[in-house]
Design a protein around this ligand. Structure first.
Ligand code: GTP
Ligand code: SPV
Ligand code: MN
Length: 589
């Protein structure tokens, strides 16, 4: 047959996979609208997708996954490097030989009666020095259509590869969507990903977490750059100055919301603007100027639907009004549109819930799955930064870590220096969310929000962060934020969302050196007077309560971190253990 590429490795990968999985036909995706439209039509005919109201939601479609397949599955996600030690204590590991054999046995013949699609895609702008090409083979139209939104899909990727270029190999086979045979396998030493028995988001859109974080973090370690679970945003000042920051929060902890925030009224009136460069992944390198530069390798947003509304995140909502795929939200049968918890109050009724059942508020269950998502093209976002299409990306003034902590961690604090900032990232804990299967609301360590996404030994990853600090002459300042402090009744104390601009403002003032801070046991904390509360009905006392550093709690936290650190053994950089000792001392033992 005539192939759309001369790259021998691509052809070999496709032929060998076809010989294993036995598809009825192979379709080479070219990224054209005509081809994608034909696939949408086919998916609607088979029931894989539902076409939504094309007047209200033009180009929008709906998809339901299997009930057992609604989130990432961490316990079935493996790093398959040759030496177990290199996967480290925070990853699941399998011997690569065993893993290949197991996956091949599972996938053998499983595309019989199906079509195998060959998706050529670029993470980052096609052909840019910062970009990398992947080929995903999949038997799911849903995956093809999502990849066409989330990544840059097209035949020009083959031009980049030429006859002999290398790429990240991805094989996705949905098989029987059997949760007992579900495996998301990474072979960092072979640039290979295999995903079987799932058809959900992060498990199957292989460009995203599998490639752009797990494989890319491993490449970054070896090549001297970083792949991080971070949003990237730009703040434009009234005088036109632009500042950029990247922020790492665990899954469903507010990256999309922060990346697209609309500042409070008085900031807007003064001429402040916040623009989104990315909402989930940042690839970060040292620029010629000795600063850290970040690009967003993605091309769309795979965002959490529940909680997204006209008030919390109008930009994200606007981004979903056309050419978007909705997964596991509820359907309003009256006008064939979508709904999720938090979109409007009260809920329209009746609805059809994410499982396909009739639903009313009296049903006593959620209409949309808590991890239901939208896949929206980045170009739809009203606040998308021009820098989104810049090959070099943006220079970072600040790096921000943050998690969901009901107690202990203040609204914001600044690290003393780069190494202390790495320490602050390494001690992140956060309550688990619906983005991964398992219990939610359980506090766990999630260093740099990378626990589920680091493709190698977390101790080596910490060391890599320390090393990167040595390579930059003008490093970003490092901060930690917590929007999620709760009162006795379990209510969030900080208003969050657009009002997080008030915290960003303080952070950028610290970077500019224009505001003082109090030096505390954990780092620099704002004086309550320095957080702008204009236009907000919020007392300084309440603010003080969430800025307060409780030394007794932090002393206990330090003890707990010591336990957590033990698993890294010799691999724990001495800079981090030294900072832990300082924390303990600062807390008065
Ligand atoms: P992933 O896509 O899973 O990596 O998540 P994300 O970090 O982009 O999370 P997202 O912005 O989608 O937020 C997820 C949840 O956090 C939603 O339910 C939001 O409503 C909630 N959230 C986001 N920002 C805030 C905030 O400032 N305050 C409070 N209380 N909740 C927030
Ligand atoms: C996350 O879980 O952090 C996500 C969604 O961004 S997924 O792509 O499913 O991993
Ligand atoms: Mn994420």
């Amino acid at each position: 047959m005539a192939y759309p590429t001369k790259n021998k490795k691509v052809i070999k990968f496709v032929e060998e996979t076809a010989a294993l999985t036995c598809p009825d036909q192979i379709v080479w995706i070219d990224g054209s609208e005509a081809q994608l439209e034909a696939l949408r039509k086919e998916a609607c005919q088979t029931g894989e997708m539902i076409k939504l109201n094309q007047e209200k939601l033009p180009g929008c479609y709906y998809h339901r996954t299997a009930e057992n397949d609604v989130a990432r599955v961490e316990a079935r996600t493996f790093i398959c490097c040759r030496e177990k030690e290199n996967a480290g204590p925070t990853n699941y590991w399998m011997d690569p030989k065993e893993a290949y054999k197991m996956c091949y046995d599972i996938a053998r013949g499983k595309m019989k009666g199906r079509t195998m699609y060959v998706i050529p895609y670029s993470m980052g702008i096609v052909g840019s020095d910062f970009s990398k090409i992947g080929i995903e083979l999949t038997d799911s139209i849903y995956v093809v259509l999502n990849m066409a939104i989330m990544t840059r899909v097209g035949l020009d990727c083959y031009d980049v590869l030429g006859e002999d270029g290398d790429f990240i190999k991805g094989l996705h086979c949905k098989c029987d969507v059997d949760p007992e045979k579900r495996y998301i396998m990474h072979f960092p030493e072979d640039d290979t990903i295999i995903s079987v028995n799932s058809a959900y988001g992060g498990n199957v859109l292989l460009g995203k977490k599998c490639f752009a974080l797990r494989i890319a973090s491993f490449l970054g370690k070896n090549e001297g750059w970083m792949a991080e679970h971070m949003l990237i945003l730009g703040v434009t000042y009234p005088d036109g100055t632009k500042k950029y920051l990247a922020a790492a929060f665990p899954s469903a902890c507010g990256k999309t919301n922060l990346a697209m925030l609309i500042p409070p009224k008085h900031y807007l009136e003064q001429g402040y603007k916040v623009e989104c460069v990315g909402d989930d992944i940042a690839w970060i390198r040292v620029g010629k100027d000795g600063r850290l530069w970040a690009v967003n390798p993605e091309n769309g947003f795979f965002g959490v639907a529940p909680g997204t509304n006209e008030k919390s995140n109008p930009n994200a909502l606007a981004a979903t009004r056309k050419n978007t795929i909705f997964t596991n939200v509820a359907i309003n049968p009256e006008d064939n549109t979508v709904w999720w918890e938090g979109l409007t109050k009260p809920a329209p009724e009746p609805l059809i819930d994410w499982l396909g059942n009739d639903w009313t508020p009296a049903s006593g269950v959620k209409a949309a799955h808590p991890n239901s998502r939208f896949t929206a093209p980045a170009v739809n976002c009203p606040c998308l930064s021009e820098a989104f299409n810049s090959k070099e990306g943006v220079p970072l003034d600040a790096i921000v870590f943050g998690g969901r902590r009901a107690t202990t961690t203040p609204l914001v604090y600044q690290s003393r220096d780069w190494d202390h900032g790495v320490f602050v990232g390494s001690i992140m804990s956060s309550e688990t969310t619906a983005a991964a299967t398992g219990a939610t609301g359980v506090l766990r360590h999630d260093p740099m929000a990378m626990k589920p996404f680091c493709g190698y030994h977390m101790g080596d990853y910490f060391a890599h962060w320390i090393e990167m600090g040595k390579k930059v002459t003008n490093p970003p300042k490092i901060f930690n934020v917590n929007w999620f402090r709760q009162d006795k009744d379990g209510e969030f104390i900080w208003p969050g969302f657009g009002d997080n601009m008030r915290v960003l403002d303080w952070i950028l003032k610290r970077c500019a050196g224009t505001v003082d801070a109090e030096e505390t046991a954990i780092g620099y904390v704002p004086y309550a007077k320095d957080i702008d509360l204009e236009g907000l009905d919020y007392s300084r006392e309440t603010l003080e309560s969430i800025l307060y550093v409780d030394k007794a709690r932090w002393s206990a936290e330090a003890d707990e971190i010591r336990e957590f650190y033990k698993q890294f053994g010799d691999k724990l950089p001495k800079e981090l253990s030294a900072n832990l000792e300082t924390l303990k001392e600062n807390c008065g033992k």
